[in-house]
Design a protein around this ligand. Sequence first.
Ligand code: ZN
Length: 490
Amino acid sequence: MKRLLFGAILLIAALAAVLLVNTLRYGAAQVAVQEGEPVAVDADAAARRLAQALTFPTVWREGQMQASRTAFEDLHRHLASAFPRVHAALEREVVNGHSLLYTWPGTEAGARPVLLMAHQDVVPVDPATASNWQHPPFAGGIADGHVWGRGAIDHKSGVLGILEATEMLLERSFAPACTVYLAFGHDEESGGEAGAVAIAALLRRRGVQLEFVLDEGGVVADGILPGIEPPVALIGIAEKGFVNLELRVETGGGHSSMPPAETANGILARAVSRLERHPMPARLDGAASLMFERVGPAMPFAGRLVFANLWLFRPLVVRQLAAAPTMNAMVRTTTAVTILEGGVRENVLPTSARAVANFRVLPGDSIEGVIDHVVGAIDDRRVRVTRHGDVASEPSPVSSTSAPAWHLLERTIREVFPGVMVAPFQVVTATDSRHYEGVSAEVYRFTPLTVGPDDVARIHGVDERIPVAGYAQAIRFYHRLLVNAATPGR
Ligand SMILES: [Zn+2]
C-alpha cells in the first residue's frame, strides 16, 4: 500500500515537473527590428483629405441608383485632385464603372508585383440611429482629435492612407523595384462581385502572379485579447467561408381544433433545437492555433502553463474557448438560425414552415461537410435541407507564416508600431481579398490601426471615427511597407 502511494506521489511530482519545465521554456520570440526615425506625415492635412472623402456617401446599391453613382464620381474627382503625383505617375483604370486599379510599374523585370487593396464603398447608416451620431455620418467632421464619419475606419482610411503613402514616395522620386498595384473595389460590403472579382479576373487574364496581397482584416488589438497586456497586431492569414441553408417542413393543413401530435411548426422547432445543440465540432488548429502559439507566452502564469502543455490541456482549452462567442467563432464552423417562418393564422394548421441558418465555415471544413452534418444532426426525414440563395463561399486557403511576405509584414509592423506583438489570426467575416485566390499565393488581412474594446462597435455602427494620430500612423505603415517591399536591390 505504502509503495503504491509512494509511486503515485512520484508520478504526480514528475507530471508537475514536466508541466513546469514546459511552461518555463515556453516562448516565441518576436522578431527584433531597428527602430528608425518615423517618417514625417502632415497629419492634419491628411486628416482633411480623408474627412473630405467621407462626405461622399458611397453606399453601393444594386441597380446603380444615380445618387450612389454621383457619390463614387465625386470621390474619384477628389482623389485625383488630392493626389496629383499618383494620378500623373501611375496608370489608372476604372473597372466596372466605379472600381479603381492603379499600376505603378516596377524597375526590375523579374520582381514579383505586390498588391495593396481597400474598398471605397461604405455600409449605409441606419435611419433609426442617424440622430445618435455626435457628428453627422456624412459631414466629414474633424473634432476631438478624430475624423468622424461613415467609412472613417471601414475603409476610406485604407483607400486614402495607401494613396497618401504613394504620394509621399513619389514626392521623393521613389521608383519601386517591383510593380505595385493599388486596387480599390466599390462593392465589398455587398460581396465584391462587381469590384474585387472583376479586378482579380483582369489580373488573372494578364497572367499576373503576385508576391502578396494586403487587405483589411485584423487590427492592432489593444486590450481585446483576454489576459494579454501588450497590443497585438493580428494579421489575418485565413478567412471563413459561409453558406445559408434552408430547413423546410411541409405537412397537410387543416383546422387547429383537431391538430395532429406535431405540426409543421413543431417539427421545425425540434429540428432547430437539435441543430443548435449539435454544432460543428470545435478544434484548435490552423490560424487560431498559430495565434495562441504567438500570444501564449505573454499570458499570466496560469495561461502559460495551460498553453505550454496543450498535449494535456487541449480539450479543456477548446471547451473554454468555445464558451465565448468571439473565440467560439475562431475555433469552429458556427451555426446561426437567422430566419423562422411558419403559419398564417391562429386557427389554421401551417402547411409549411421554414428556417434559414447562416453557417460560417472554418478552414478545414467545407460546405458539403456542413450540409452532411446538418442533415445528421436534425435526423428527421420530414425536414428538407437545401442551399438557400446562390451566395456562398468555401473557406479561404491558409496563407503562410514562413513566406518572405509574412516576414516582410511582420517586420514592417514592428518597425512602425514599437512594442506590439505580431500574431496570425483567423478572420471570421468575409473580405474582398478572398477573390484573389489563384492570383497570389499569400493573402494577408491587416488594418494598421490600434483598436480598443470601445472602438469595435463603431465599425458599421454609430460614431465611426479614426484618431488623426492613428491615421498618420497607418500612413507611416503603408509608406514603410512599400519601402520594405519595393526598394531596388532588396
Ligand atoms: Zn471593410
